[in-house]
Design a protein. Structure first.
Length: 268
């Protein structure tokens, strides 16, 4: 399964749920007995689920990338297995909650995964998916917010999956036969301010070098001409150098707010 890592595309799970888990209320996690986290990656969401269920519940994470599973297995009580989100190696009704976070946006056919989630669950299905088209950024580097918006729009137009799927998951659930579908919004805030953590410093360096854009050159070049891409990359690097300078002077601050839609449906 493809995973996107662009510095400007905010679909990652890092740091989520630290400021509250009210948006997961419809999952009835304290009442769950068998929970499956599909496309679990390094297990961040799996650990959240394990913390919220009862002490006797079983939580299993599954992902196709075994290297990510190796990381997930460190320091957790959950179990992990390798498998494909569109062909889950579980019988029908094996769990009472099948969940995923930032999975569907990475799939060319997300409806297939939703049908599998519904097949293996005897009760609830939930998907926590971002709408990357509605990300809001503010920054003390004047040009950063506008430039990130420009890059994001080009990326969204050039990528081959729907990375702004969040607010349309309800229709996927309905098409899969799920009922009582409901959605809560969770706003994930990522704040950068002094003292700067190592990932923030690395992100600034990658902006200054152009590496953040180069990771997704193919998607951007699907929309932009070579000349337009080179101009964008030049302006992006200039912005990155301004960011690095501001961080050296401890004057850089940035806030990014990513809307996630938590959609829950019941298997009839």
């Amino acid at each position: 399964m493809r995973r996107f890592s662009a510095d400007y595309l905010a679909h990652t799970r890092e740091g989520m749920w630290a400021d509250g888990r009210e948006a997961l209320a419809d999952c009835s996690l304290p009442d769950r007995e068998r929970v499956l986290d599909v496309g679990c990656g390094t297990g961040e969401f799996t650990r959240v689920l394990a913390e919220e269920v009862g002490p006797d519940a079983t939580v299993v994470g599954i992902d196709a990338d075994t290297s990510l599973l190796d990381v997930a297995r460190e320091g957790t009580s959950a179990s992990y297995v390798a498998g494909d989100a569109t062909r889950l190696p579980f019988r029908a009704d094996a769990v009472d909650l099948a969940a995923c976070q930032a999975l569907l946006i990475n799939l060319p056919e997300p409806a297939r995964a939703v049908r599998e989630l519904a097949r293996v669950s005897a009760d609830l299905v939930t998907a926590v998916e971002p709408n990357n088209a509605d990300v809001a950024v503010s920054s003390t580097v004047e040009r950063e917010a506008d430039l990130e918006r420009e890059v994001r729009e080009a990326y969204l137009a050039g990528v081959d999956t729907d990375v702004a799927l969040g607010d349309r998951v309800e229709s996927l659930f309905a098409d899969a036969g799920l009922v009582d579908v409901r959605t809560r919004r969770y706003l994930h805030e990522k704040r950068t301010a002094p003292p700067y953590a190592e990932p923030a410093l690395e992100s600034a360096v990658r902006k200054a070098s152009g590496a953040g854009l180069d990771d997704h050159r193919e998607e951007l070049r699907a929309v932009l001409s070579p000349t337009a891409y080179d101009d964008l990359r030049r302006r992006w690097r200039e912005m990155g150098r301004e960011t690095v300078t501001a961080m050296r002077e401890r004057e850089y601050e940035r806030v990014e707010i990513v809307p996630f839609e938590v959609t829950v449906g019941r298997v009839p």
